[in-house]
Design a binder for this molecule. Structure first.
Ligand code: M6R
Length: 610
């Protein structure tokens, strides 16, 4: 899972490639590299172990210049993060190639190529592609024909950018299973893994389709489909702006994004409410017809977005009375699914580029669903383009790998979906106005939760030396506890698990002792008394409790109980508001541990491989 960018222009393309890489770093950041054809049509390459900024530093000492170039930021799959395994990969000083995806048949290709006398310098699956291109070039084919033949030999997923000293001023790009766009400039063309990477240089894009191969020269673009037949692909004008993304004075993007949540949720609601009711067309022009037919909802997503789906299940079944199933995309895509009559398939994704979620959507389209709805933060992403109905969360770019505002805005969107489906099952306008009113109070309630920042930062000090933590919740607070545990583990590297509080006695209670902190999400709802009993079970075993609750809940702080008290929140929106202090808690613990908050080890923002 990596980011690729390329350019062919009359000007020096290196600054364009580096800016593109910075914008793609959310896809991986363990190594980075660039290759250009310089003024003498010689191939020059610089690679670093580390982040794009390390590449920039390295290039300031050893500048490259050229009108044709490709660059890459890597998230290691095959082969450890190292300079040798960093892209671009080359054949001698002749061909350079960047790749996003996984070549599944790299082993047999490697064996064949060894028999043909090729050497290998890396542990990657990618090196076989560049060798295979050379293999066909040796038969007298030109670069385009050699790439045609090479991709026919590949199994797996790839987006590719290829340059060659024999044909300077030309990039061949290919897409199969990994997103790739072409940016159209004036007398210049670009390629990248997403539109965002190229917004500083163009607003015009061609989204390559599955199997497409593009032959790109400064003044000419030809695209071929998977059968290698010439095709015309439409140019779209992106509505996105190349806004500079900075930390706005915050120490980390994650902290900024946590504090931006009142505004982000206001943006999610903006234009989606009228006269105190939800505007149906916010979900797409055919939303009304499709929602009229829907008798069941299947939600599929990954990670944090999956947790949002789990909260929605409680809402949809309790308030809209509609059956809802929620599943992890990587499981859904490989099992035989029985689809209930008139089911709507819903995906949730911040990036809209998560491979498992995209694959689940493609599978769903072959099943008996009435339609597909994507709840997504990134306009023009693969997910939104592939779905019939789309709700854009309008959270703004989320840079921190740990999702924060993406989650709370997804929940806001799902709450609106719940209202629209409940409307068809007897929710009156008055009741709807009541629910919408709660939505409108969200920015204010979250601001109150953010006021706990200092207290949480102090509390974090008691936690930073811990190695494990248990999170507990009941009802719709269980997925909130799961999300809290995910935040802690991904940024602080403390092992954290979430359990339904009632499940504790069926096994996990055995883990509880003096060294096992237990975090309980305990708003004042109808399950509170049940949860309190579960907390007593923890206390009786010497566990240390951190209870996130309301100011009006009657639990006393003591030596073994730390209380984090929120202003009272209506039950229906409590999952959104209670998420915020858990985010802050995880953040402060990770800061104390000196972790890389915005780019935690081993992770990437968008997971574009299986
Ligand atoms: O872009 P997506 O929402 O589809 O990403 C899915 C997960 O990779 C993502 O939610 C991940 O779990 C979070 N970044 C963790 O904070």
């Amino acid at each position: 899972m990596c980011g690729i960018v390329g350019a062919v222009a009359q000007r020096d393309v290196c600054p364009i490639l580096l800016e593109g890489l910075k914008r793609l770093e959310y896809r991986g950041y363990d190594s980075a590299g660039i290759a250009v054809l310089n003024g003498n049509h010689k191939l020059e390459r610089v690679r670093v172990l580390g982040k794009v900024q390390d590449l920039v530093t390295s290039l300031s000492a050893q500048p490259l210049h050229g009108g044709t170039g490709i660059a890459h930021t890597r998230w290691a799959t095959h082969g450890k993060p190292s300079i040798e395994n960093a892209h671009p990969h080359v054949y001698k000083e002749k061909i350079a190639l960047v790749h996003n995806g996984i070549i599944e048949n790299h082993e047999p290709l490697r064996q064949q190529q060894k028999q043909h006398g090729f050497d290998f310098n890396t542990e990657t699956d990618t090196e076989v592609i560049v060798n295979q291109i050379e293999y066909y070039l040796r038969t007298g084919q030109d670069l385009l024909q050699a790439v045609f033949n090479t991709v026919d030999d590949l199994e797996g997923a790839y987006s590719l950018g290829i340059i060659c000293t024999d044909e300077p001023g030309r990039i061949i790009a290919a897409r199969s299973g990994s997103a790739l766009v072409i940016g159209v400039g004036i007398g210049e063309y670009f390629i990248a893994s997403d539109i965002f990477a190229l917004l500083p240089v163009t607003q015009q894009f061609i989204i390559l389709e599955e199997g497409d191969i593009a032959d790109i020269q400064r003044d000419q673009l030809r695209i071929y489909d998977k059968n290698h037949q010439a095709v015309i692909r439409q140019i779209i004008i992106s509505q996105q702006v190349a806004e500079a993304v900075d930390k706005a004075g915050y120490r980390h993007f994650m902290l900024k994004e946590i504090f931006t949540q009142p505004l982000a949720i206001a943006e999610t609601l903006e234009g989606r409410l009228a006269d105190g009711l939800v505007v149906e067309s916010a979900f797409g022009m055919r939303a009304a017809t499709i929602f009229d037919q829907a008798e069941a909802i299947d939600i599929v997503a990954c990670g944090t977005s999956y947790h949002a789906g789990l909260v929605a299940k409680y809402w949809l079944e309790a308030t809209a009375g509609i059956p809802c199933q929620v599943e992890i995309a990587s499981e859904f895509r490989y099992r035989r699914k029985v689809v209930s009559r008139n089911s709507l398939f819903v995906t949730i994704s911040q990036s809209g580029e998560t491979t498992d979620t995209l694959a689940a959507l493609e599978l769903a389209k072959t099943l008996n669903y009435i339609s597909t709805l994507a709840i997504c933060n990134v306009p023009e992403s693969s997910l939104t383009r592939a779905s019939e109905l789309v709700f854009l969360t309008h959270a703004g770019p989320e840079i921190g790998v740990a999702s924060t505002k993406a989650f709370t805005t997804q929940l806001t969107a799902l709450f609106m979906l719940m209202i629209l489906l409940a409307r068809r099952r007897g929710l009156t306008s008055e009741q709807e106005k009541g629910l919408v009113h709660h939505l409108e109070t969200l920015p204010g309630k979250i601001n109150l939760a953010l006021d706990l920042n200092q207290q949480l930062s102090e509390l974090a000090e008691r936690f930073a030396d811990k190695h494990h933590a248990l999170y507990l919740g009941r009802g719709s607070m269980l997925p909130v506890a799961m999300e809290g545990a995910l935040k802690l583990k991904e940024i602080s590297y403390i092992h954290a698990e979430a359990y339904a509080a009632g499940e504790l006695k069926h096994g996990p209670l055995a883990l509880v002792d003096n060294d096992m902190p237990v975090i309980a999400v305990a708003p004042n709802n109808q399950l509170l008394e049940k949860l309190k009993s579960n907390l007593q079970e923890v206390r009786a075993r010497g566990g240390k409790l951190y209870v996130f609750t309301d100011t009006d809940v009657n639990i006393q702080a003591s030596e073994d109980i730390s209380m984090i008290r929120m202003a009272p929140v209506p039950d229906c929106i409590a999952p959104i508001v209670f998420t915020v202090p858990l985010q802050l808690f995880a953040y402060h613990i990770a800061v104390l541990k000196g972790a890389d908050i915005d780019q935690p080890r081993n992770l990437a923002k968008a997971v574009t491989v299986e």
